[in-house]
Design a protein around this ligand. Sequence first.
Ligand SMILES: Nc1nc2c(ncn2[C@@H]2O[C@H](COP(=O)(O)OP(=O)(O)O)[C@@H](O)[C@H]2O)c(=O)[nH]1
Ligand SMILES: Nc1ncnc2c1ncn2[C@@H]1O[C@H](COP(=O)(O)OP(=O)(O)O)[C@@H](O)[C@H]1O
Length: 206
Amino acid sequence: MDYPGNIFVVAAPSGAGKSSLVKALMELDSAVQPSVSHTTRAPRGQEKHGREYFFTSDGEFDAMVSADGFVEWAHVHGCRYGTSKKAIEERVAQGADVVLEIDFQGAIQIRKTFANAVLIFILPPSWEELRSRLERRGEDRPDVIELRLRNAATEMARAGEFDFVIINELFERALFDLKAIVHAQRLRYSAQRRARADTFAALNIP
Ligand SMILES: Nc1nc2c(ncn2[C@@H]2O[C@H](COP(=O)(O)OP(=O)(O)O)[C@@H](O)[C@H]2O)c(=O)[nH]1
Ligand SMILES: Nc1ncnc2c1ncn2[C@@H]1O[C@H](COP(=O)(O)OP(=O)(O)O)[C@@H](O)[C@H]1O
């Protein structure tokens, strides 16, 4: 599918810093809007329904799957997460840039539907740092942290399928890289559109 807006997919193992980076990007760049996913996971302390996620019951999630309401969905860390069609299609059709914070399974599904989507993978600088970020964040029980660390190896093995990999060691440096990718995609897209328009004009195609 070809839309006027850009789609950026950001994936990472839990704790690598993707939510912090995407939040900082959106504070600097109001043209980037979030896609708010649905999840069956319970909300964390500060999370609000409709802001970080739409928190749904298993039954509500099943109903959305049956109604074909998702562009993609997946089982991640023992819960279900999905991107609703509503979360992205209207926005990109209107020319907005949308960022999806989803896992690698979702990223691959998105690429199948939106061939121009830009896939970005965030890596932590080391295992030790990944563990200590999850512990410092203080939002998950120890057994949940262990599960997320176990899953991190499988997730990171898929980084090579992404268009860009950013190592989030120094936060400001990683944010700079993310901004550069967004900027480059916009330039590429507008250059393509201009080239198409020029060709059409030269050939006298209405
Ligand atoms: N496939 C898919 N994955 C999602 C979606 N929303 C979130 N995720 C992923 O689910 C995983 C767990 O997210 P979350 O529970 O918020 O934990 P966090 O990664 O530690 O912040 C992360 O890898 C998210 O990127 C979605 O709509 N679809
Ligand atoms: N470059 C960084 N250096 C140190 N701590 C970081 C960095 N990036 C993020 N963090 C911290 O690591 C923790 C996990 O970040 P978060 O954005 O929640 O990760 P994710 O969304 O990938 O699970 C948070 O406490 C965050 O403040």
